[in-house]
Structures are given as structure tokens and as C-alpha cells.
Design a protein around this ligand. Structure first.
Ligand SMILES: NC(=O)c1ccc[n+]([C@@H]2O[C@H](COP(=O)([O-])OP(=O)(O)OC[C@H]3O[C@@H](n4cnc5c(N)ncnc54)[C@H](OP(=O)(O)O)[C@@H]3O)[C@@H](O)[C@H]2O)c1
Length: 276
């Protein structure tokens, strides 16, 4: 299975679908990542905060592919933000991964109260110039956070990884970010299988097309030009979740999935959410 790519503003290509490694750790994580790579995933999404960068590194070494064939994303955790500590944060990640560079480095959360995301991003720009990062990105950044880092550095983030799913379709936010040339990447796209995959509107489309609810949701995101990182620890579900390129949702299907959003705001509001 070959997963298409999108060209980022950095000039690098990123797969439109990636494998999310949270919450697995240790050998279970490595085995799950190896199975995902076997199924065709090339983007592996991890974070310093997940405690599994060592397991990702093991999979990269064991999978038998060239480093250049993989796209590895990791994230700067809150406790490493700041002018003096961003470099150490990235170097720690690279050491645990056993890599000389990451394809994409994200600021995990803006933490506006702490007030260090702009200086962290400026430091990341320096680390990119040194070749340790291919593409600069952010996660959970609202338009005002994007504007602040662009004002300081002149570099538009290549990617903003945001919580987007049928219950939180966030059309205004997605539009505002995308129109600046930043690629939106959805996290928790399947809402961690807490019910949305069986929503009657989604189940009806899945039954008609002969696919799963998860495939409908992931396809709905891709057809909105939103890239995705999705997790499954199960090789069968990993495979099915990546099998998205042989069917299409109609305009009516898209509207039906859009209508699943009942307007309940996300719990982890980036304006106030803090994790370190
Ligand atoms: N930037 C951020 O702040 C942030 C926050 C959260 C997550 N993330 C990233 O985004 C990735 C994905 O998000 P997520 O892991 O939170 O949630 P998710 O991908 O929406 O859901 C994963 C859950 O859905 C289940 N699942 C997967 N495929 C399924 C299918 N076809 N049918 C039924 N259930 C299925 C999985 O169970 P099984 O394992 O049993 O299949 C797992 O429990 C994470 O792994 C992480 O890399 C980023």
C-alpha cells in the first residue's frame, strides 16, 4: 500500500497519513511500529512526552528501510521550552531515537501562560539551519500563536497538528491555518474509538461503501485536505486504516459527516491547556 504525500512549505514531502505511536512504549511499541511500516506507513509520530522515542528508534533500525524512506516526527515538551533548553530538548530526542535529524519537529503545546513558545520556535529555526530538523512545525497552535512565531522568525510553520475529528470538525480553524500555507494534521482523528465510529451517519456510509467507520472518518479528513496521524496497536486495523485510496466519499457523505459535530468544544483548549 502506497500512501500519497503532500509538499510542505519547507520543500519536503510528508505522507498524508501517519502512524501515531501514543500510548505504546517499549517492545510493544517497536513491534506495532514494525507492523505499521510493513503495512505501508512511512510517517511515525512520536513525542518526548510519550516516553517511547527509544522504541521508535529501534523500529527505524530494525525495519530494513533506508532512513530517507521514513518520515519521523517528534515534539518539544513543555518542560523543554525556552531559549536555553530547546536545543537540549531536541538533542535528547535525537539521542533516544538514535537519529541525526528529525523530519518534522513540533512544539507540542503553545502554553501561552508560560510565554516561551516564540523563543522556542526561534531556537528551532537555528537547529533547522544546523541540519537537525528538516521541517519546522507546531501543534495545538491557534492562529494568534502562528502569527506570533511568524512575526518573530518570518518562517511559517510547515505543519500544525490539531485535534480534528467528526465531533470537533473545526472548519474555521482549519481554514485559517491552511490558508497561511501551514498543513493541518489531525490528531485523535478516530476519537480514540469512543463511539463516533458507530455514529449512525458514519455507519450508514461505511455499510454502503463496504468499508469501516474508521475508514470513512479518515477519508473525510483527507477529502478536507487535512492530513492525519492515527493509532492502532492492531496490525489488521492499522492496515484497514491505511486503505483509504480506493474509494471516495460523495459531497452528500461529506455533509453528513460534517453534521456529526454537535458543537461541543474540545476539552484541551490550546489557549489554556497545560502539560509539561
Ligand atoms: N499533538 C498532540 O497534542 C497529540 C495529542 C494526542 C495524540 N497525538 C498523536 O495522534 C495520534 C493519534 O491519536 P490517538 O492515538 O489519540 O487517537 P486515535 O488515533 O483517534 O484512536 C486510537 C484508538 O482507536 C482505536 N482504533 C484504531 N483504529 C480503529 C478501527 N479501525 N476500529 C476501531 N478502533 C480503532 C485504537 O485501538 P486499537 O489499538 O485496539 O486498534 C486506539 O484505542 C497519537 O497516537 C499521537 O501520535 C497528538
Amino acid at each position: 500500500m502506497s500512501i500519497p504525500t503532500v509538499r510542505l512549505n519547507s520543500g519536503y514531502d510528508m505522507p498524508v497519513l501517519g502512524y501515531g505511536t501514543y500510548p505504546l512504549r517499549g517492545r510493544r511499541a517497536t513491534d506495532a511500529i514494525l507492523a505499521a511500516i510493513e503495512s505501508g506507513y512511512r510517517l511515525i509520530d512520536t513525542a518526548s512526552a510519550y516516553g517511547n522515542e527509544d522504541a521508535v528508534g529501534a523500529a527505524v533500525r530494525e525495519c530494513g528501510l533506508e532512513r530517507a524512506e521514513l518520515f519521523v516526527t517528534t515534539k518539544l515538551r513543555g518542560s523543554d521550552q525556552g531559549r536555553g533548553s530547546t536545543r537540549a530538548g531536541l538533542e535528547g530526542s535525537l539521542t533516544r531515537l538514535g537519529l541525526s535529524y528529525v523530519d518534522l519537529y513540533l512544539i507540542h503545546w503553545p502554553l501561552p501562560r508560560v510565554g516561551k513558545y516564540v523563543e522556542s520556535y526561534a531556537e528551532m529555526a537555528q537547529l533547522q539551519r544546523e541540519g537537525l530538523i528538516r521541517s519546522l512545525g507546531v501543534s495545538n497552535f491557534l492562529p494568534e500563536h502562528l502569527a506570533a512565531v511568524v512575526a518573530e522568525t518570518g518562517i511559517q510553520p510547515a505543519v500544525d497538528q490539531l485535534q480534528v475529528s467528526p465531533s470537533h470538525s473545526r472548519p474555521g480553524l482549519v481554514h485559517e491555518v491552511a490558508q497561511q500555507g501551514t498543513v493541518v494534521q489531525a490528531w485523535s482523528p478516530l476519537e480514540r474509538n469512543t463511539g463516533v465510529l458507530e455514529h449512525p451517519s458514519i455507519a450508514a456510509i461505511a455499510a454502503r461503501l463496504g468499508v469501516t467507520g474508521a475508514q470513512v472518518v479518515l477519508r473525510w479528513l483527507l477529502q478536507r485536505d487535512i492530513t492525519v496521524v492515527a493509532h492502532s496497536g492492531d496490525p489488521g486495523r492499522q492496515r484497514a486504516n491505511a486503505d483509504l485510496f480506493g474509494f471516495e466519499l460523495t459531497a452528500e457523505d461529506m455533509t453528513a459527516v460534517d453534521a456529526v459535530d454537535a458543537g461541543i468544544p474540545v476539552k484541551q483548549d490550546p489557549a489554556t491547556w497545560e502539560e509539561f
